[in-house]
Design a protein around this ligand. Structure first.
Ligand code: FMN
Length: 326
């Protein structure tokens, strides 16, 4: 983990991946205070809201934390300016190819850029474009996912790139034994989301947490795409009425597309807004029936509410024990 620790400035190279609505001031500061690396999920926040969230997080921790920006946010460069003003050290660019000038703007602001490539070719491209580190995230993860599993991405990308570059592995990690394996393969550290979503310090609604504690790996299913003309990025979430509604929403938007009432960009935006609204309903409102319970397959290993420090300590202990057994 040493390279990852030096890069992040944290005690352990364990990132808590940004989770929209969940990764706000409380969880982010708790993660960083416990020696991990917290990341604020900017999601669809306005620059003013991000400004306030960063300031509030800084009030709760003096340790380093990062900010996750979605590349298709219409105000991406304004958000980068907010990060620059707060001298945020690390920015994760998620949700697709970073637009021209974004990595340069972050560099100018003195921030390190972390990108999330879905393939080896894109990983190389992002590094050529100036990315300082990569997170490779497999389809076991919660939230928006790619089509390839973490184990295959790790085999494709770590041997090729981890010698000269910082690569963190995400998706499906629930125990320290798995962390040990990825470190052995060359990873500089790991990123977890699902395992931290229900920590004591997480503001997620008690019913959202209960749904996680009850769920098994097989309950965390990837959404299906109903219309080949309307490519939607799959989302992994616990199955409920909300996942069915998403299928209905796609049919509705595809019809609008057919009738020429919306263009492709607008259609995809409507889909993304659906997710953002549904996730808020579940995380904040506790509507576990109709809301979106984004969760990874590691959800089966989340069985009770634990303080972040306890989760990190358990992961590190399991990791060390696994390495000692070797
Ligand atoms: C509820 C939830 C919301 C998420 N929201 C985001 C997000 O806004 N941006 C992002 O880059 N990743 C998001 N993710 C992915 C996490 O940052 C992280 O990479 C992922 O959870 C790691 O896999 P795991 O869930 O198997 O631990 C989300 C994941 C979950 C579970």
């Amino acid at each position: 983990m040493q390279r990852g620790i030096e890069f992040l400035g944290s005690e352990h190279a364990i990132l808590c991946g940004a989770m929209s609505w969940v990764s706000e001031r409380n969880l982010v500061s708790a993660i960083s205070n416990a020696g991990g690396f917290g990341v604020i999920a900017c999601g669809a926040m306005t620059p003013e809201l991000l400004d306030a969230e960063i300031a509030a997080t800084k009030a709760l921790t003096s340790r380093p934390f990062g900010v996750n920006l979605i590349t298709m946010h219409p105000g991406l460069f304004d958000l980068i300016a907010i990060c620059a003003r707060h001298q945020i050290g690390h920015v994760v660019l998620a949700g697709g190819i970073p637009p021209k000038g974004s990595i340069e703007a972050l560099k100018e602001a003195g921030a390190k850029t972390i990108c999330i490539p879905p393939t080896l070719a894109l990983a190389k491209k992002y590094l050529r474009s100036g990315a300082d580190a990569l997170v490779i995230e497999g389809m076991e993860a919660g939230g928006h996912i790619g089509p390839v599993s973490t184990s295959v991405l790790a085999q494709e990308i770590l041997p090729e790139l981890s010698g000269d570059h910082l690569v963190f592995v995400a998706g499906g990690i629930g125990r320290g034994d798995m962390i040990a394996s990825y470190l052995e393969m060359g990873a500089s550290g790991v990123q977890l989301g699902t395992r931290f979503a229900c920590a004591t310090e997480s503001i997620a609604h008690p019913d959202f947490k209960k749904a996680f504690f009850r769920a098994n790996a097989r309950d965390a299913v990837a959404s299906v795409q109903v219309d080949p003309r309307l490519p939607v990025i799959p989302v992994r979430a616990l199955k409920n009425k909300g996942t069915e509604e998403f299928t209905a929403k796609q049919v509705e938007v595809a019809k609008l597309l057919d009738e020429g009432k919306v263009d492709m960009g607008e259609a995809q935006l409507q889909i993304e807004h659906f997710w953002a609204g549904a996730l808020r309903r579940a995380v904040i409102g506790g509507d576990v029936e109709n809301g979106s319970l984004m969760a990874g397959q590691s959800v089966g290993m989340v069985t009770s509410e634990e303080p972040v420090a306890q989760i990190i300590a358990a992961l590190m202990e399991e990791c060390e024990a696994a390495l000692a057994r070797r």
